[in-house]
Design a protein around this ligand. Structure first.
Ligand SMILES: Cc1ncc(COP(=O)(O)O)c(C=O)c1O
Length: 258
């Protein structure tokens, strides 16, 4: 491997303090500097190898520098890098066609964007245009992005670093049987957390909010899997009030089909 003099974590932190907006934390007293990835492994600046069980936040699940992917990326950047989308290129429609083949039901249309925040914002914009209502129901302990609206629909306080969140957003209790926020037991609860969505619609909204957004499995909340039947019940409630269901699969769906 080529020798490389890395500047090291201390110098990075100093430069970061000087040149980067102070909105990125590391959660570690001594964060590592990673310099290379090879499939399931990461390597730090001192050559130490780590088995990566984190995979970004589940989004590097094809491995680091997977040669099959790297080859394709190299080929594309050596062929054509960017033209404005007022012109035609063919890869994006071919990819959308492949996605239409593997996604369930009659899902056919794709919208490509670069980040999860854009995806959730895009879905909510579409829902508000379609329903003519921009009220949103989200779940406590959910995470949907760091843009203005993405942060406002996020139900984890440490990720809500905006003193003026967007209005018209209501939070329902998250479905979490192990530590039920309603203090119930699964055997006897009759999906009280799903029923709480209806109470919320009736008491705190216009009566027909545009969208309900939730992760299919809450990621940053601690990988919280909802009880069986939760989304089915929620969907029945939403249908009765003309509210659209948006599933955020940024963590659960990347490079899988959900
Ligand atoms: C479930 C979920 N939605 C949305 C986002 C936002 O994605 P991005 O950071 O790419 O904007 C994240 C990021 O961790 C996420 O986990």
């Amino acid at each position: 491997m080529e020798e490389h003099a890395y500047i090291g974590p201390k110098a990075i932190l100093e430069k970061k303090k000087k040149y980067i907006m102070p909105c990125l934390g590391h959660f570690y007293r001594e964060p590592r500097q990673f310099v290379r990835g090879d499939m399931q492994y990461l390597f730090d600046h001192e050559g130490r190898r780590y088995l990566d069980c984190f995979a970004g936040v589940s989004v590097i699940n094809c491995g680091h520098c997977n040669p099959e992917i790297t080859e394709k990326v190299k080929k594309q950047v050596g062929t054509l890098q960017h033209v404005c989308n007022i012109y035609l290129t063919e890869n994006f429609v071919n990819l959308a066609e492949r996605l239409a083949e593997v996604t369930p039901g009659d899902l056919q249309k794709s919208f490509f964007c670069s980040t999860g925040s854009e995806a959730t914002e895009g879905a909510l914009l579409l829902a508000s245009i379609y329903t003519k209502n921009s009220e949103i129901i989200a779940l406590r302990n959910g995470l949907h992005g760091r843009t203005k609206l993405g942060m406002s629909i996020t139900g984890i306080s440490m990720w809500r670093t905006d003193d003026n969140p967007v209005g018209g957003i209501h939070f329902a209790p998250n479905p979490y049987c192990y530590r039920c926020p309603l203090g119930k037991k699964r055997e006897t609860c009759d999906l009280a957390c799903a029923n709480a969505v209806e109470d919320l619609i009736k008491t705190a909204t216009s009566g027909h909010p545009g969208a309900f957004i939730a992760e299919s499995i809450q990621g940053n909340a601690g990988i919280i899997v909802p009880p069986e039947g939760y989304f089915k019940r929620v969907k029945e409630i939403l249908d009765a009030y003309g509210t659209l269901l948006i599933t955020d699969e940024v963590q659960t769906g990347f490079a899988r089909t959900g």
